[in-house]
Design a protein around this ligand. Sequence first.
Ligand code: TXD
Length: 318
Amino acid sequence: MARPKIALIGGGQIGGVLAQLCALRELGDIVLFDIVEGMPQGKTLDIAEASPVDGFDVNVTGTNDYKDIAGANIVIVTAGLPRKPGMSRDDLIGVNTKIMTSVAEGIRDNAPEAFVIVISNPLDAMVTLCRKVTGFPAARVMGQAGVLDSARFQSFIAWELGVSIRDVNAMTLGGHGDTMVPLVRYASVNGIPVMELLEQKYGSAEKANEVMTAMVERTKAAGGEVVKLLGNGSAFYSPASSAVAMAESILKDQKRVLPTCALLNGEFGVDGFYVGVPCVLGAGGIEKIIEFKLDETEQALMDNSVAAVKELVGSMNL
Ligand code: TXD
């Protein structure tokens, strides 16, 4: 039985980490594509030469020719420019729209059966464009942002409470931008509400709310925090890990419930737009969108985030 084939479009900071992570986890044979001559070939040769040390038996190759992605089961797209300090994700829409259009055409023409996970920013707009240009079914075109944003939220909670990240469960909804919605009410440590644990730790609901608000704001600004510290480029380890979790759930039919930028069809009151929501990811791609009750405050925050996505997508005049 042939190994799955994973095509990575964009061999930059995130693309290189994606290639290494997919190889280390033996998710399938990996083809790294980029327009820069030699770079994907060099990165993959370097990763492949570590295989005797790391012990993975998959092929890792680089290419500048879309024909080499033929037969890919999964395509992960990072092609596009990252932010510089002071830039918003939305500032990238002009240049990355042109790039994503050419990438989506390449995927459509060479890997017509693939599941596509888009990472490129501005994420909600880029995944919308990718689906439009490929014409693939919505279940096969999704965006990665919520796994990363939720991981950041979970990290801050674990560090604040001094507990293992393994036992923290928290999720964000909505767009991949400043309007994202970290869901405080559903954040827990093994089912124990985080707010209850914060109140125990600080002895007052007021202080607990203050600490949680700071974590929510840090989650929303976490991308910019890394961009500012790096000075050149944006986060790349955590986005890569996040996309690999989604790819693995599809490739191994794990049915994981992961925050996914998915095309909504009435869920959460949204129709025809890509927004981050919990989805069951399995062999069918997005197999189910999980809807659940939001209270008034949460619904208002979600509506606000959806409005920002609609405005951003509207600016592309698709
Ligand atoms: O979680 C998330 N969704 C976000 C996504 C988290 C962090 C970064 N996010 C975005 O991912 C970021 O704002 C960028 O839009 C993408 C890729 O970020 P990365 O840090 O990997 O950018 P690089 O290192 O500049 O790599 C981009 C590569 C680079 O090698 C270019 O040569 C290539 O994209 N590129 C292309 N590849 C294929 N086809 C075309 N046309 C093309 N143009 C550039």
